[in-house]
Design a binder for this molecule. Structure first.
Ligand code: ADP
Length: 215
């Protein structure tokens, strides 16, 4: 199964991608994660991407395309993949079409995680990771016991570098201007499935499952 997860920052693409990894045994390919790994290893590509990522802008298309190409060549992506965070503009969508045509592996579906702007903002501003357990939490939505458990384990609630208010506003703007038009594009080629992304993780993944079952 080859799918793209489309949705604004904070719509839950990463979390839902992990669920699909468990269900289908195919890898999640997240350009955000790939870029953060490049940054961590201080590669040339990572260093070129840093300023754009810190500001919440898109990094140049050729950089993400290179990462995607390298990743999709790996053995574990042979039987399918879940693209998370790519494509993010129409030129990347065209690049992806060309790439998949070359390797004769067209997409099966594009799932849009649909969520209201207010909820998106809260999800992003409240997002934290526990420094000890690595668990993803949210100061607005996680049960107090889960937040307390991190502190009790000696952990701290860490905020991602690009989850500050200014960068979040920029990421949402970039989504509206550059990524949202892809909804129409994938609708016109009959690949789009819209999934309501409001509610608990399990509820949303149930809806995703249903959307994929009818493929
Ligand atoms: P989110 O979806 O929560 O904004 P990601 O982890 O997907 O976060 O991406 C973080 C940052 O990495 C983006 O703000 C952008 O700077 C960069 N990035 C990720 N994917 C792409 C892409 N496909 N094209 C350009 N830049 C990207």
């Amino acid at each position: 199964m080859r799918i793209v997860l489309l949705g604004a920052p904070g719509s839950g693409k990463g979390t839902q991608a992990q669920k699909l990894v468990e269900t289908y045994g195919i890898p999640q390919v997240s350009t955000g994660d790939l870029l953060r790994a490049e940054l961590q290893s201080e590669s040339k590509l990572g260093l070129r991407a840093k300023a754009d990522m810190d500001a919440g802008r898109l990094v140049p298309d050729e950089l993400v395309l290179e990462l995607i190409q390298r990743r999709l060549e790996k053995d574990d992506a042979r039987d399918g993949f879940i693209l998370d965070g790519f494509p993010r503009n129409s030129s990347q969508a065209r690049d992806l079409e060309n790439l998949l045509r070359e390797i004769e592996k067209p997409l099966d579906a594009v799932l849009l995680l649909d969520l209201d702007l207010d909820v998106l903002s809260k999800r992003l501003t409240g997002r934290r990771t526990c420094s000890v357990t690595g668990k993803l939490l949210n100061i607005h939505f996680s049960p107090q016991e889960e937040l307390d458990a991190c502190i009790a384990a000696g952990g701290e609630l860490i905020q991602r570098a690009d989850d500050n208010e200014e960068t979040i506003a920029n990421r949402l703007k970039v989504y509206q201007e550059q990524t949202r038009p892809l909804i129409e594009f994938y609708g016109s080629v009959d690949l789009l499935r819209v999934v309501d992304a409001m509610g608990a993780v399990e509820e949303v993944s149930g809806r995703m499952q249903k959307a994929l079952d009818c493929l």
